[in-house]
Ligand binder design. Sequence first.
Ligand SMILES: [Zn+2]
Length: 336
Amino acid sequence: MKKNMKRMMGWIFTAVLICCIGFTTKGVAADAAIVSGGKKNYSYSELQKDLKQLEKKYKENCQVNVIGKSEDNRNLYEVVIGNPDAKKHLLVIGNLHAREHMTVQLCMKQIEYYLSNYNKKISSKKVSNTLDKVAIHYVPSCNPDGTAISQRGFNAIRNKSLRAGLRRMGGSSSRWKANARGVDLNRNWNIAFKSAGRKGASGYRGSKAASEKEIKSLVRWVNRIEKQGKISGVVSYHSTGSILYGRCASRATKKVRSVTNRMYKVAKSLTGYHLMPTESIAVARGCSREYFLYKRNIPCITIEVGRGAAPLGGGEFGSIWAKNKNVVIREAQLFQ
Ligand SMILES: [Zn+2]
């Protein structure tokens, strides 16, 4: 009996010890992650909280700006990492499609990862050297209203008439792709534009090109950066099917075609995602990638992360992160 008691006490002691070590390790990690990984539904309020903390912790190398408002009056944030006066600029956008909101978390994780490794090397190049020459401008969430709908339902929209409009459109809120006015933000760009579809969860291009506040703000943002220097390329994050859009039609200039191809190869080598064929402009009317490639002559790739249907489960984040964590800094290295 006594012997058993002793043994039991021993187990309890060991268990407590393991717990304490666990907590201490967590405690030591005071310098650890601001942006959480591996959970579902990274929200707008979490994004705001994390942006504040990142800006505070890494103020030397990170700037957060509001570049406009969404239809339901949420902020569209830009995060600039590196030297804002650099001659070259790489643009990264996430979450044009509402339910693909895991891309917001992915962009935020990348931002934190590059900032926390600022004086270290990634793929044998010092991060600070790259970011001195190529500033990276992120808009992690281009569609914060749609994200709120996908995560919390139509009630998440604060404007009464927008909310009533959404109820009339109906459909699944969690599978929502559009913004709070039922316009698909990846179909509202001024390239071969022709209105089509019906207001709702996906596919409606809008009454005219750039009719939506989000797109107006993004276009203004691109115009502003173009005045600051050269936009070397755009990386656009979506989350459907582990595929890459990296080809251009012959209407792209030779230079745009060859740089896009180089960007694609970097993304391919790290993610292993499957390359998709070129889309005809008749299919891709109003799409952001075609707008950058053919209207603005800016090389652009689209990366679709994840295997399941969007919104992705939090369990997918780990494997997505492993494949994508170095993608954007490696793209920036192409241009330094
Ligand atoms: Zn998408």
